[in-house]
Design a protein around this ligand. Structure first.
Ligand code: PEP
Length: 255
């Protein structure tokens, strides 16, 4: 089964809209030196940068997909400070990250809320990138697979069978995010194989075409080995995605 790798840049709360345009343009120059039609690239800027990035991607016919880092599960209403899936879809957003560990840990997002968001994103015609991953305590206690399984069962609970066709899961061990310490390729592979099996158990027949990203301190130096693993179909990249040269090298590693 061939799955097109997806390499996504999560800019978190970095880059204003002018800086975002520059990074899009620099990245396009970097990638233009290589053929990268066998890999999909999505960029996930802060909400306030989306319109600027959409405009530059559209005007310069850049090959990137636009992504968001989060959204609310409701389509409109009295939710001060929130952004709806419909608003994102109108900006040509293709992928929305939901349940990132920073949202879970810092903003108290539960599996139930993540499930509602993932379903709302899919209903609005975009693909959710659902993040799961264990803490260091979980791993050291031998609970990593159990924790990830519970997160998947909870976070995917509201998706229909059709939604599983576009679903992406990002396996991101919390202890590897922003720490410079990545999971070993074998540990990442083992957990991504578990993710595929669990998703297939949730919806029989959907595991084989599911795209699973690894995330957690992916850099040019470790990308090749991680992305060569059979159950790893791309990367969710934080810090290194802010530097177009580094990010382009990670994209090349996925080719
Ligand atoms: C992330 O933000 O999802 C992430 C994996 O960050 P980093 O690559 O910086 O570890």
């Amino acid at each position: 089964m061939s799955r097109t790798p997806l390499v996504s840049g999560n800019w978190k709360m970095h880059l204003n809209h002018l800086e975002a345009i520059q990074v899009c343009q620099k990245l396009s120059y970097e990638l233009a030196r290589h053929r990268y039609d066998r890999v999909e690239v999505s960029l996930h800027p802060p909400f306030v940068d989306l319109r600027s990035c959409q405009t530059v991607i559209d005007a310069d016919r850049l090959e990137f997909k636009l992504g968001a880092q989060n959204c609310h599960d409701q389509s409109h209403g009295a939710f001060t400070g929130e952004v709806s899936p419909a608003m994102l879809a109108k900006l040509d957003v293709s992928y929305v990250i939901v349940g990132h560990s920073e949202r879970r840990a810092l903003f108290g997002e539960t599996d139930e809320f993540v499930a509602a968001k993932a379903a709302a994103v899919a209903k609005a015609g975009m693909a959710p990138i659902v993040c799961v991953g264990e803490t260091l305590d979980d791993r050291e206690a031998g609970r990593a697979a159990e924790v990830v399984t519970t997160q998947l069962q909870g976070s995917l609970a509201k998706l229909t069978r059709a939604h599983f066709e576009t679903l992406v899961v990002a396996y991101e061990p919390v202890w590897a995010i922003g720490t410079g310490r990545n999971a070993s390729p074998q540990d990442a592979q083992d957990m991504c194989a578990t993710v595929r099996q669990v998703v297939d158990d949730i919806r029989r027949g959907t595991g084989q075409h599911l795209r699973i990203q690894y995330g957690g301190s992916v850099k040019p130096a470790n990308a090749q080995e991680l992305l060569a693993q059979p159950d790893i179909d791309g990367a969710l990249v934080g810090g290194a995605s802010l530097d177009p040269t580094q990010f382009a090298r990670i994209v090349q590693a996925a080719l």
